[in-house]
Ligand binder design. Structure first.
Ligand SMILES: *Cc1c(COP(=O)(O)O)cnc(C)c1O
Length: 227
């Protein structure tokens, strides 16, 4: 079942790329495995997926020893400052940097480890009360401040679009994130790249790809519903 789901997602990703003239290699699928057991993750890994997304620090720490070493772990959930040290040396990319204070903590831990940590800035493009992230008008200040941290590399932007029945309703938010990324790129700030756009989940990843996503985060579409 999981294998079929994964193949279906990959097929739809490819079709979305073809519709908008993008190369399928430009888009990477992150399998969002939160709450799902190692056995299911192994099925996905066996099909050649090396990118896994989790939203809880403890879950990454718990699962990591039981999964192959070459997996790329993506932290996609709200990250508390006191937990940064638990994952700073374990994750490939932190998608959910939503404040300068959090970045400061990441800088501190990364410096201790003598490494650079790759991050995305989370943007609350739809300005939802319930969501974390920089508001669009706060983004430039955030990028400029965080770009000064020598052990952090800003790679791009991430958003969690609203929950909607019709994915077309989120197109405007994906367009907006893409536009913000172009705007930030044009400011040519040292130590800042805007090559990554993490947007699109099970319900709307095809629209996100059409609007320029380079990373999509799919959980339910691969693993089935979460309880
Ligand atoms: C859970 C989660 C996803 C995946 O959601 P699905 O709708 O199951 O695909 C993607 N991104 C984030 C940040 C999440 O927390």
């Amino acid at each position: 079942m999981i294998k079929e789901n994964l193949l279906e997602v990959r097929k739809r990703m490819e079709e979305a790329c073809l519709r908008c003239g993008r190369k399928p290699e430009e888009v990477t699928l992150i399998a969002v495995s939160k709450t799902k057991p190692i056995s299911m993750m192994e099925e996905v890994y066996a099909e050649g997926c090396l990118d896994f997304g989790e939203n809880k620090v403890q879950e990454i720490v718990r699962k990591l020893p039981d999964m192959p070493q070459n997996i790329r772990w993506h932290m996609i959930g709200h990250l508390q400052r006191n937990k940064v040290k638990m994952i700073a040396d374990k994750v490939t990319l932190i998608h959910s940097v939503d404040s300068i204070r959090l970045a400061e903590q990441i800088e501190e831990e990364a410096a201790k480890l003598g490494r650079t940590v790759d991050i995305l800035l989370e943007v609350n493009v739809a300005k939802e009360e319930s969501k974390y992230g920089f508001l669009p008008e706060e983004l430039e200040t955030g990028v400029r401040e965080i770009s000064r941290f020598p052990h952090i590399a800003i790679k791009g932007l991430m958003t969690i679009a609203p929950f909607v029945e019709n994915p077309e309703n989120n197109r405007k938010y994906f367009k907006k994130l893409r536009q913000l990324s172009v705007d930030m790129q044009q400011k040519t700030i040292d130590n800042v790249s805007m090559s990554v756009l993490s947007m699109g989940m099970t319900g709307d990843y095809e629209v996100a790809i059409e609007e320029g996503a380079t990373l999509i985060r799919v959980g339910t579409g691969i693993f089935g519903a979460r309880l």
